[in-house]
Design a protein around this ligand. Structure first.
Ligand code: PMV
Length: 327
């Protein structure tokens, strides 16, 4: 996967542009749906980008998903198409009642349906590009609210963590219903993000956990409380500049997610392989069942861990550094 830069569009006239990073949840997924805190960070190695150019005469507003080779005419499009919804909410927010005659081209290097937030990043890039073209930049909270609404379409009852970390492009300590808080990173650390190749069905996993919580509320609340305690310890370790202690916390969080029922054989195999190859710890990240595993690595261990993850079945491994200065 390569970072793509926003080139000038084919027409040579750039009216506006926008972009957004991917994200990964470090600690606290699932428990965050039940009011416990979670930590997430942007993954800047992968990005979604959108640019706006004038449409050809008669085209009206056109949304072009370059990677999917999909072109959608805004007028007459199904209202609930995610790209159309992102555009519609943005135009309403900036007060454009008539769709402008623009061609909005979007592309992304974020793997789709992999738990890296590709949907939220694509919505963010489109909203930013439209607002930029209209000369009316959106506040971060307005942008995040638009992206949240599009996420509701995908996931039903998202906690709001994806839109927050992706729009703010900062590490986020997130509690549902509260404004996101950013936190400082005392010392940068590295993660290997391994994709199982199994699409991560966020909506289904969240619904299954809810049914299990309804059956065994006290047991699940106790598991969520233990995850919340790990989140607090992890935040102190990150801010205090002792990321080495995150490994054990990742292992503990993974074990609790297994108890909750959202791990999968493929994730457990990858976690073991990463630990054996020298990772400080490993856990699933996001909805689970498939999706991603994250492993704590260093400059010394990252190659061996990435090779072990691939050998154990990962279809893609991204190395990311958390807390390095933004480009
Ligand atoms: O798979 P992702 O990265 O979309 O993460 C889902 C995280 C959950 O906590 C399971 C759900 C949510 O909305 O926070």
């Amino acid at each position: 996967m390569h970072h793509q830069s926003t080139d000038l569009p084919t027409s040579g006239v750039l009216l506006g542009k926008g972009q957004a990073p991917g994200k990964v949840i470090l600690f606290g997924e699932h428990a965050v749906v039940y009011g416990r805190p979670a930590l997430a960070v942007p993954v800047t190695q992968v990005r979604a980008e959108a640019f706006v150019e004038p449409a050809a005469p008669g085209e009206g507003l056109l949304l072009v998903a370059q990677d999917l080779r999909e072109e959608i005419r805004f007028e007459g499009a199904p209202l609930h198409h995610p790209l159309v919804l992102a555009a519609r909410l943005t135009l309403a927010k900036i007060g454009l009642t008539e769709p402008p005659p623009w061609r909005v081209v979007v592309r992304s290097s974020i793997p789709i349906a992999s738990g890296l937030g590709s949907g939220a990043a694509v919505s963010t890039a489109i909203a930013r590009a439209l607002a930029d073209a209209a000369g009316q930049p959106l506040s971060l909270s307005a942008l995040s609210a638009i992206v949240y609404e599009v996420e509701v379409l995908h996931h039903g009852t998202p906690s709001g963590i994806d839109n927050s970390v992706i729009c703010y492009e900062q590490p986020v300590y997130f509690v549902r219903g509260q404004p996101p808080r950013t936190f400082s990173i005392g010392r940068p650390f590295m993660l290997a993000i391994a994709y199982t190749g199994i699409p991560s069905p966020t909506r289904d996993a969240v619904a299954d956990v809810r049914r299990a919580w309804e059956r065994e509320t006290a047991r699940f609340d106790a598991l969520f409380d233990r995850i919340a305690a790990i989140v607090q310890q992890a935040q102190s370790a990150i801010t205090g500049g002792i990321p080495g202690s995150l490994g054990l916390l990742m292992d503990e969080n993974h074990a609790l997610l297994r108890e909750i029922g959202v791990s999968a054989p493929a994730l457990d195999v990858l976690a073991d392989a990463a630990r054996r190859a020298g990772a400080g710890g490993a856990k699933l990240s996001g909805a689970g069942r498939g999706g991603n595993l994250i492993a704590l690595v260093t400059a010394e261990t990252q190659e061996a861990v990435a090779a072990a993850l691939r050998a154990a079945g990962a279809v893609d491994v991204i190395a990311t550094s958390v807390g390095e200065p933004q480009r």
